[in-house]
Design a protein around this ligand. Structure first.
Ligand code: FMN
Length: 174
């Protein structure tokens, strides 16, 4: 099986997930191409049996690159098996998962794919006090820091809310 994994990331979280998905698939015997959607030009998806497209979420939105990839290849992807995944803060909280799945996966699939995806993965995010990004990042992190502190979580430390066993199992199933 030949698989293409296209990811869009702003802070590296989706990239690490995409890499792990690729590793699992390779171990399972698939031939895997891993591609950053940023600045991605024409891509021949007809070479692949399975296309996995993923993104991190910022203010409710996928990265421009991953969305563009879906839009540009809408017709070609209708003839392939397509799986979608996202990494987002909402996935860290049980009571926000359904809404996140609806807004960040089902809606994106409905708007950008002709056929139903074969799988949709909703994965958690990372809280890292060491990462220094732009103003928007700082403002968001300040808010998240407060929320975590309310839950008694030590915000001086990095917390990885990605469930790697769940991610590996998802990739293995694909
Ligand atoms: C500025 C900013 C905006 C964000 N907006 C959302 C959001 O609207 N919904 C959500 O669930 N998570 C949100 N998050 C959390 C990210 O989706 C999460 O950190 C994700 O893992 C980032 O993926 P990336 O590093 O691949 O870009 C936001 C994070 C930042 C820093």
């Amino acid at each position: 099986m030949k698989a293409l994994i296209v990811y869009g990331t702003r802070y590296g979280t989706a990239a690490e997930i995409a890499e792990e998905i690729g590793c699992v698939m390779k171990n399972d015997g698939a031939e895997v191409d891993l591609v950053d959607s940023k600045g991605l030009k024409d891509f021949d998806v007809s070479l692949y049996d399975l296309v996995v497209v993923g993104s991190g979420i910022k203010i409710g939105k996928w990265t421009k690159g991953s969305l563009k990839f879906l839009k540009d290849n809408k017709s070609a992807l209708s003839e392939r098996n397509v799986a979608l995944f996202v990494t987002c803060g909402a996935a860290n909280e049980e009571d926000k998962k359904d809404e996140a799945r609806k807004n960040y996966l089902k809606k994106v699939a409905q708007e950008n794919l002709i056929n139903e995806p074969v799988a949709m993965g909703l994965f958690g995010s990372v809280y890292d006090p060491e990462i220094k990004q732009g103003l928007m990042y700082k403002v968001t992190m300040k808010f998240i820091k407060k929320e975590l502190e309310k839950q008694g979580i030590d915000t001086s430390k990095r917390h990885d809310y990605r469930d790697w066993d769940e991610i590996r199992a998802w990739a293995h199933d694909l």
